[in-house]
Design a protein around this ligand. Structure first.
Ligand code: HAM
Length: 421
């Protein structure tokens, strides 16, 4: 048997409804805040991700699915969406009409990470990006939107971790201090970190190797090196999070795994997930639009890990699983033919209707109706056809109603819809 690829997964009916529901609630929440959907391709030129995310990141160095297409151009299955949304914003000159643009997009991402619970090679994200707003209040609004969305989805044990990664003005001082620290402990670092220490010292802070994490606990933090502007900016974020009663924690160790971040960055973590506790992450990336050939415009955003969110969202099954409205139990060939016509018409009218195609006994058809959770059963046999009326049985109340055959579709639909109100 051919099995699926390691780190990939099927999302089966039963589970998929939970995903649809989350996507629907998230999209409508974002639309309430003025965001519009954008759809971007699943593949881009490798260069786009390498330049945006950073050559020295784990994602670009080790995790991208990159291959030459038939003409030899290097293309990559998207490991994240931000770079593509920026590319699209720049390519279509969306800033010309109005620099302020707010987007959301939902879809699969690909990273060749080591698979484990909550970490897949194809995973899904709900992304939100805002262009053209420099005020830190928009970062607050993003965090507010995320936390209230997760509360709506009953995610337990939530915490917003926030940090500031400074700007091009304060980074060089910090970089120098960090390089000095890393030089002193370099013999305790893994080979990746020893290499990255010179090229991109901030990336060392993101290393997942436990022995590195241990020695890096003492590393200087960028938050102690922020320039006045960044300090003020970060203070405002905290002030407004408090005003909006969003619990948060300033996490000096939060550096994020992508190079494009500036100033406020954040992760929403939940205690219910185990080791992979980040259910969303994001932050400001003020230099990226310019770096990808656009004007010097600020930007900020986040991505929710949908696989992880689906695992911890406590939405009840009954809230979204659609049970069949109707099972048509038909006895005899003529009734079967009629039943088939009806289930097609019911489907067209928005009722979920099922039947048995095997001509089994009434008893076994009733059993099946019960098993699939049909709320009503329509019973039709030769006698009913002759008498011109069929029985509609409510499976919960056991109430039975006689319905004239000529008006079956309309009458049953009105009956079931009225009951549902
Ligand atoms: P990220 O932190 O790499 O950020 O990913 C965001 C979220 O995606 C994570 O918090 C996690 O929930 C989920 N995630 C990441 N990798 C995996 C995986 N292998 N398996 C399952 N879930 C995963 C970004 O991707 C940025 N583009 C976010 C952003 C948008 N920043 C600004 N705008």
């Amino acid at each position: 048997m051919i099995q699926l690829i390691r780190g990939f997964k099927d999302i089966l009916p039963g589970e998929v409804e939970r995903w649809q529901q989350i996507e629907k609630i998230a999209a409508s929440r974002f639309e309430d805040f003025g965001f519009k959907e954008i759809r971007i391709p699943m593949m881009e030129r490798t260069e786009l991700f390498a330049r945006s995310i950073g050559e020295d990141t784990d994602i670009v160095e080790k995790e991208m699915y990159t291959f030459p297409d038939r003409k030899g151009d290097l293309i990559t299955l998207r490991p994240e969406a931000t770079a593509s949304v920026v590319r699209s914003y720049v390519q279509h000159k969306m800033f010309a009409k109005d620099p302020v643009q707010k987007f959301y997009t939902i879809g699969p991402m690909f990273r060749r990470e080591r698979p484990q619970k909550g970490r897949y090679r194809q995973f899904y994200q709900i992304n939100v990006e805002v262009f053209g707003v420099a005020s830190p209040l928009i970062d607050v609004q993003l965090i507010f939107m995320l936390v209230t969305l997760f509360t709506r989805l009953a995610v337990a044990d939530l915490k917003a971790h926030i940090n500031s990664l400074g700007c091009p003005a304060c980074r060089p001082n910090y970089r120098a201090a960090l390089s000095k620290f890393l030089a002193a402990i370099s013999n305790k670092l893994c080979s990746d970190c020893r290499r990255r220490r010179r090229r991109n010292p901030l990336r060392v802070l993101d290393c997942k190797v436990p022995s590195c994490r241990e020695v890096l606990a003492e590393a200087p933090s960028i938050i102690d090196y922020l320039c006045d502007y960044c300090q003020e900016d970060f203070a405002k974020v905290q002030e407004f999070l408090k005003k909006l009663q969003i619990p948060f924690l300033v996490d000096k160790r939060l550096v994020r795994g992508l190079d494009y971040y500036t100033r406020t960055t954040f992760e929403i973590q939940t205690g219910s997930l185990g080791a992979q506790s980040a259910v969303a992450g994001g932050g400001r990336y003020d230099g990226l639009v310019k770096m990808l050939g656009g004007p010097d415009l600020p930007a900020t955003g986040f991505a929710i890990g949908l696989d992880r969110l689906a695992e911890v969202a406590e939405i009840r099954h009954s809230e979204f699983i659609r049970m069949p409205d109707l099972f048509v139990a038909a006895l005899g060939e003529q009734s079967q033919d009629k039943a088939f016509e009806w289930i097609c018409q019911f489907g067209r009218q928005g009722l979920v209707a099922e039947m048995d195609f095997e001509d089994r006994s009434l008893k076994s058809q009733m059993k099946r109706a019960d098993k699939i959770g049909a709320t009503h059963v329509l019973i039709v046999g030769d006698q009913e056809l002759q008498e011109g009326a069929v029985i509609l049985r409510n499976m919960l109340t056991k109430e039975q109603t006689l319905i004239p055959i000529k008006e079956v579709v309309d009458r049953v639909k009105t009956y079931i819809k009225r009951e549902a109100q």
